[in-house]
Design a protein around this ligand. Structure first.
Ligand SMILES: NC(=O)c1ccc[n+]([C@@H]2O[C@H](COP(=O)([O-])OP(=O)(O)OC[C@H]3O[C@@H](n4cnc5c(N)ncnc54)[C@H](OP(=O)(O)O)[C@@H]3O)[C@@H](O)[C@H]2O)c1
Length: 372
């Protein structure tokens, strides 16, 4: 579960702040959000941030977006482009500027040195090294600061980062490909391919924007997947297998983990995994879902019918005992990809993960393995 939007707007050293020119501010912030979207899969473990510098005269606005780790942050990139026109300008930035020395110098200092007169911020950075200090630093330098413009949109765009920095655990996306009658594999264990090439390319894009991809040992034994990014641009994620990896498996090199799923997430969060893509199979999908550890479900549904109940279902294990216990979600998006449909589902309520039913606690362990 991430932080509520109100916290991300108002947690600025105890004071609540307001935007002044809402329409203009929103228009410019939407530009910054679009810039951030272009670098979504390139910046982790850093956040994907956008920045627009709007000079006071007729000079053109300058756009920046976070570069891969070690490269320029969004503010520095936009300031470089703006040059001297940044003096007296308004800077729009989706996330609070940093104020500490990391791999790059603090962005708050760069904005102060450039002489901007006002900084408009989408959301507060929950990273303990920032948390309102960037805002305080700008204000102490006499710069007018407004916080909370397009906060809903930015909280959605940056949800994985905001969750990882505030809870220490990665944002969990559970991906499933199923027939319209809810089957993910045939009785003989084969499941390649239920969906078509467009859905599979989209799943590779999801892999590219994730820092780690996880499957159970059952899927490694059945499918011997490589879990690399092939049908999309981007780097290969860290590969994680729950249980034992057989010798010679194509997934190698991979991290072998097991036991309590909450502890698995803690371990991955410590390894700077901001987004984890869980790719199955049915046992692992069931365990993450029933433990309430999933922040987003991405279902690819193919116009295929297995026509019986002997194929593998989406989830293996016991589910809701009665209608009062069924998990209900919210459709985030529905999209047709060639012959298939892609549905993105979110748990209801603020932020992410929600536990189905009432008798389960977060975290679950396969029997016989170390548990908390
Ligand atoms: N359509 C799809 O989207 C999709 C995606 C992936 C897979 N599949 C299909 O799903 C089938 C495999 O599903 P499955 O349910 O048999 O396997 P699975 O969920 O991939 O793996 C389950 C196994 O992983 C290990 N495991 C799970 N949680 C663990 C934990 N917390 N700690 C340690 N080990 C853990 C256990 O291995 P041990 O048994 O070694 O103890 C467990 O039996 C295959 O037919 C595959 O083709 C379909």
């Amino acid at each position: 579960m991430g932080l509520p939007v109100e916290w991300l707007v108002n947690h600025v050293g105890g004071s609540v702040v307001q935007a002044v020119d809402v329409e203009e501010d929103r228009a410019m912030m939407l530009e910054a959000i679009s810039a951030a979207a272009t670098v979504r899969s390139q910046t982790a473990p850093n956040p994907w941030v956008g920045c627009v510098i709007v000079p006071s005269g007729d000079e053109p606005a300058a756009l920046g977006a976070t570069q891969p780790p070690g490269g320029l942050h969004a503010e520095a990139m936009a300031l470089d482009l703006a040059g001297p026109t940044a003096a007296g300008a308004v800077a729009y930035v989706t996330l609070e500027p940093c104020c500490h020395h990391g791999r790059t110098p603090p962005c708050a200092d760069a904005l102060i040195a450039a002489g901007v007169r006002r900084v408009v911020i989408g959301v507060v950075d929950p990273d303990p090294q920032v948390r309102g200090q960037g805002i305080a630093h700008l204000r102490a330098a006499g710069i007018e600061v407004s916080v909370g413009v397009c906060a809903e949109e930015i909280s959605e765009q940056l949800a994985p980062y905001l969750k990882q920095r505030s809870t220490g655990r990665p944002w969990v996306v559970l991906k499933l490909a199923a027939s319209l009658d809810g089957r993910t594999a045939a009785p003989d264990g084969t499941s390649q391919w239920i969906t078509g090439p467009l859905a599979r390319a989209d799943a590779h894009r999801l892999r590219a924007e994730s820092d780690a991809v996880l499957v159970g040992a059952g899927t490694v034994r059945a499918d011997d997947p490589a879990l690399t990014v092939r049908d999309s641009e981007g780097r290969d994620p860290l590969r994680v297998v729950l249980g034992h990896i057989p010798d010679g498996a194509r997934v190698q090199p991979a991290l072998e983990l097991g036991g309590d799923l909450g502890q698995v997430l803690d371990e991955l969060g410590q390894r700077d995994v901001v987004q984890l893509l869980v790719e199955g199979g049915a046992t692992v999908a069931h365990d993450f879902h029933r433990a309430g550890l999933v922040d987003r479900y991405v279902l690819y549904l193919a116009p295929v019918l297995f026509g019986g109940d002997d194929g593998r279902a989406v989830f293996a294990g016991s589910g809701a005992a009665s209608m009062a216990d069924v998990w209900r979600g919210r459709m985030v998006s529905v999209e047709q990809l060639g012959p298939d449909v892609r549905i993105e589902l979110a748990p209801t309520g603020a932020g992410g993960a929600q536990t189905p039913g009432s008798s389960l606690t977060t975290g679950s362990a396969r029997s016989g393995l170390a548990a908390a």
